[in-house]
Structures are given as structure tokens and as C-alpha cells.
Design a protein around this ligand. Structure first.
Ligand code: GLN
Length: 491
């Protein structure tokens, strides 16, 4: 039989429902793949083989007991991995931080719960930059994850473990979170498809908070179609998250066109900047040309406030993070320093529990929010944020999607940006504006650079218009095969 870990989600669904394979066989195939490649890739902080086999058996039993397929979720028995920022009851959840090294949550994130309700199978919790702050997984308190396409390079971040796990076929799908690009950029670096939904489309309940006005839960897979099937299951209003949106979901996979006739795609000139890697621009432009040949009309546009997104994000995100991380005091969660005096418990726990980048963000954020500076920094940043959002609102009056590169470069070398946080921040330049505006975005592979590293294209849509992203990406993927390429991993 064909290698089960090479199947697409649609093929998995067909083979499970026709009982050609069992969930246990499929799950075992992925667990074996993890055993084989995990020593080279290091995508997981925690693997859950026993839980996975137990859930798989349960799914298989259910399929035998309920003979009518229409009473079963199509996702029954499908394995997936979870970024370690999302809580799963009774399983350690670290958020990549030493301060949560031994934290066992008593609850499950809503997005995860909805996939469990469909009968999906958990393979493990994936590595990430500490508290999702970073673009490479090098800020994980535990270890760095390696890019399956080149083990000398980062997989991107902060959801790098999830992206690497999917790229290496150690999981067919994985959840991530995206506050400023943390799903789209690692998807791009690892040559897979990643979705950042509209802010509020998927519940944040059970996602360890970074920047609450920017955080979203997203998903990685091998195609837009695979991603849309999971998104449909995890999206929707949740009373446990007051910012989640109470708008019903459309039917995402009905009548998906194979051409792009009538679709209007905007290409913002501010997203093709000096200093970006030429191979990235070439691959992105070639993808846009293919979309044109499929019938789309291409329009050059301007989003004039783009250049402000980086400074605005790096005020708002650390400000919100500094407030969110105040709860980690050595008393209520995780690591607690052995000290006699309360203030020393706080100081020592936080001093030893947080890594360098997290401390940098807490200091930046605390400064931006402090009396006397609040208006000059946080207040001002919020105003500019509105201008950035307005650029997009105006653009979407005449467009279905906007197409851009995901990042100015392909995956960089491990250690390359170690002593230069600003260089690391600059890599987020094309993904941050989306979060500031709350829009949905999708990253899909569109080619390789000269070192055979994947290049990603980013599609953006108006709020709640995820189906535009799926339709356009799907038509592109029907006409190309970049998303079907897999790395040769040396073990
Ligand atoms: N790289 C960005 C940051 O460090 C975005 C991270 C994210 O989306 N979680 O903040």
C-alpha cells in the first residue's frame, strides 16, 4: 500500500469512510513517521502516542457501530498536531516557556475541543517560540526546530513546530496561532499551506494569550482544501470568547470554481520592497501570472500606510503582552522560585522563568504603557492602526483578494539573526498589517529559490471572507503542483 502519511486529507477521508484503512493504522503510520524524523526535526515538545492510539481505536469502534456515514463527521479518526500554546486538558502545555514547563491545564481550548468533538486524534504538542514571540522557534525555551527542507535552517515561527511537523508528514494537519504572521510565515518557510482566520472567527478560549487584540488560531495543511475542511470544523462563535463573532459560516467547499473568471486580485506596490530576495519576488509574480491566465484580473494598488505597520505592531503587541504575562507570578502557574519573601518569589520566578526575548517585550510594552508615554506610544499606535485598516477597507471595495509575498526572504539559517532582534522583526513586515486590520490571510507555496527552499504567496481578504482565499488558492493549486512537493529529509 501507498505510504499513508503521503495522503491528502481528502484521500484520508475517503479511505477512512470506505474502511480501506482504519484510524489506528493511519495513526500508527504517523507515529512511526514521528519516530523516524523527530530526531532530525524536533517539531514536538510533547508527543501523545498512547492518547492517539486510544482516540483512534475509539474512532474505529464508532465507525463500526454507526453504519450510516451521514451521522459521522468526515474528520472522524483523522490525526493532527497542536501548537503548544493551545490547551488540551491533562496534557502539559508550555507555550514554549520554562515558566510553564510543568503546567497541566484543566481545560481544553475551544478550537481543539471542536476537532476532538469531530473524533480527531491528537499526535502531540508542537514546539514554538516562547509565548509565540519570534519568527524562527529559536526562542523556544527547550530547543530549536529544524526546517525539513534544510536542517541548517529555521522552520519559521512562532508556530514552527506545527509547520515542520506537517512539512515532514509527521502530521497531516496542525493547529497554530498567528498574532503577526506565526502561521503564514512558517507555512511559507516549510512549503505548506497555512490559514490565519479573521480576528474573532475562531475562539481564542484556551489559547495562551500574547497580544489579545491580534491573536488568532490558525491551521496548517498540504492544501487550501485540507485547511478549509479543518477551519470549518473549528470556526464559529464561542460564548467563552467575547470577541468571537456570531455570524454563521458559509458552505466553504460547495461549487468551488476551477478557474478564476471574474476574480479581482490586487497587488500592492508597497509589498515589493528593495532588499527583498529576488527569487521570492519572481516566484510570487509567476504565481500571480498563473492566476491571471486562469481568468483573474490583476490590479496594481497602493496601501500607503504599510510602512507604519512594523513600529505600530511592535508597540501594540508588546504592550498587550506585558499585561497578559503579568499573571505568571510564580504563585498561580508553573515555575515557582523557592524564596521566603513574596516579592522575591515574583522576581526570581519571572527572572528565571522567562527568556530573553520575552523579557525584552515585557520591558518594551511596560514602557509604552507607562504614565506619561501612553499617549505618545500606545495611543498613537492605535490611531495609525486605524489608518492601516482603512487602507484595506478601501482596497476591498473593488477587490476580492490581495496577493503579496509572505516574507521578504526564504528560510534563514539557524543563528543568523541571533544578535539582531530588529532584523528578525523586519522579516514580519508583510504579515503584521493583516493582524492589525483583523483580516483573514492564507499562505501557499508557489515555488523555490536557488537553494531549493520554498517560497510562499500570501492572499488576504476582507473580514469573514475566508472563502475567497480558499477558492482562489484552490484554483491555483488545481493548476499547479508546488503544494505536492515534499522535502527529502536526511536522518
Ligand atoms: N514574529 C512576530 C512576533 O514575534 C509574530 C509572532 C506571532 O504571530 N505570534 O511577534
Amino acid at each position: 500500500m501507498k505510504d499513508l502519511t503521503a495522503l491528502s486529507l481528502s484521500q484520508i477521508i475517503t479511505m477512512l469512510s470506505s474502511k480501506q484503512i482504519s484510524s489506528l493504522e493511519l495513526t500508527n503510520a504517523y507515529l512511526q513517521q514521528i519516530e523516524r524524523f523527530e530526531p532530525s526535526i524536533q517539531a514536538f515538545i510533547t508527543t501523545t502516542p498512547e492518547l492517539a492510539r486510544q482516540q483512534a481505536k475509539k474512532a474505529d469502534d464508532l465507525r463500526v457501530r454507526i453504519s450510516r456515514d451521514d451521522q459521522l463527521s468526515p474528520l472522524l479518526g483523522v490525526p493532527f498536531a497542536i501548537k503548544d500554546a493551545l490547551a488540551l486538558q491533562d496534557i502539559r502545555c508550555t507555550s514554549g516557556s520554562k515558566i510553564l514547563e510543568n503546567f497541566i491545564p484543566q481545560y481544553t481550548a475551544t478550537t481543539v475541543q471542536r476537532l476532538l468533538d469531530a473524533g480527531m486524534v491528537v499526535l502531540g504538542k508542537t514546539n514554538m517560540d516562547e509565548f509565540a514571540m519570534g519568527s524562527s522557534t529559536e526562542n523556544s525555551a527547550f530547543f530549536t526546530t529544524y526546517n525539513p527542507w534544510d536542517l541548517q535552517r529555521v522552520p519559521g515561527g512562532s508556530s514552527g513546530g506545527s509547520a515542520a511537523a506537517v512539512a515532514a508528514h509527521m502530521a497531516p494537519l496542525a493547529l497554530g496561532s498567528d498574532t503577526g504572521g506565526s502561521v503564514r510565515q512558517p507555512a511559507s518557510f516549510c512549503g505548506i499551506t497555512g490559514l490565519k482566520p479573521t480576528y474573532g472567527r475562531c475562539s481564542r478560549f484556551g489559547l495562551i494569550a500574547y497580544g489579545s487584540s491580534l491573536d488568532t488560531v490558525g491551521v496548517f495543511g498540504h492544501s487550501a482544501r485540507d485547511v478549509s475542511l479543518i477551519f470549518q470544523q473549528m470556526a464559529g462563535h464561542d460564548p467563552l470568547d467575547s470577541t468571537s463573532i456570531a455570524v454563521p459560516l458559509p458552505a466553504y467547499n460547495d461549487n468551488n470554481p476551477t478557474d478564476l473568471k471574474g476574480k479581482r486580485i490586487g497587488v500592492p506596490r508597497e509589498y515589493f520592497i528593495e532588499g527583498m530576495q529576488p527569487a521570492v519576488e519572481q516566484a510570487v509574480r509567476a504565481a500571480i501570472d498563473l492566476m491571471r491566465s486562469l481568468g483573474a484580473s490583476i490590479h496594481e494598488i497602493s496601501l500607503p500606510h504599510t510602512a507604519f505597520a512594523l513600529p505600530v505592531y511592535y508597540i501594540i503587541a508588546p504592550a498587550e503582552a506585558s499585561a497578559n504575562l503579568a499573571r505568571f507570578d510564580g504563585i498561580r502557574y508553573g515555575y515557582s522560585a523557592d524564596q521566603k519573601h513574596l516579592l522575591d518569589v515574583y522576581k526570581e520566578s519571572r527572572g528565571a522563568g522567562f527568556g530573553q526575548e520575552v523579557k525584552r517585550r515585557i520591558m518594551l510594552g511596560t514602557y509604552a504603557l507607562s504614565a506619561g508615554y501612553y499617549d505618545a506610544y500606545y495611543g498613537q499606535a492605535q490611531k495609525v492602526r486605524t489608518l492601516i485598516k482603512r487602507d484595506f477597507d478601501q482596497a476591498f471595495e473593488n477587490l476580492d483578494v490581495i496577493a503579496t509575498p509572505v516574507a521578504p526572504t526564504t528560510a534563514f539559517r539557524i543563528g543568523e539573526h541571533n544578535n539582531d532582534p530588529l532584523a528578525m522583526y523586519l522579516g514580519d513586515i508583510f504579515t503584521l498589517p493583516t493582524n492589525l486590520a483583523g483580516l483573514p490571510g492564507l499562505s501557499l507555496p508557489v515555488g523555490f529559490d536557488g537553494d531549493h527552499l520554498p517560497v510562499g504567496l500570501q492572499l488576504l481578504a476582507a473580514p469573514l471572507q475566508e472563502q475567497q482565499l480558499f477558492q482562489i488558492a484552490n484554483a491555483y493549486q488545481m493548476a499547479s503542483d508546488w503544494h505536492l512537493q515534499s522535502p527529502q529529509i536526511t536522518t
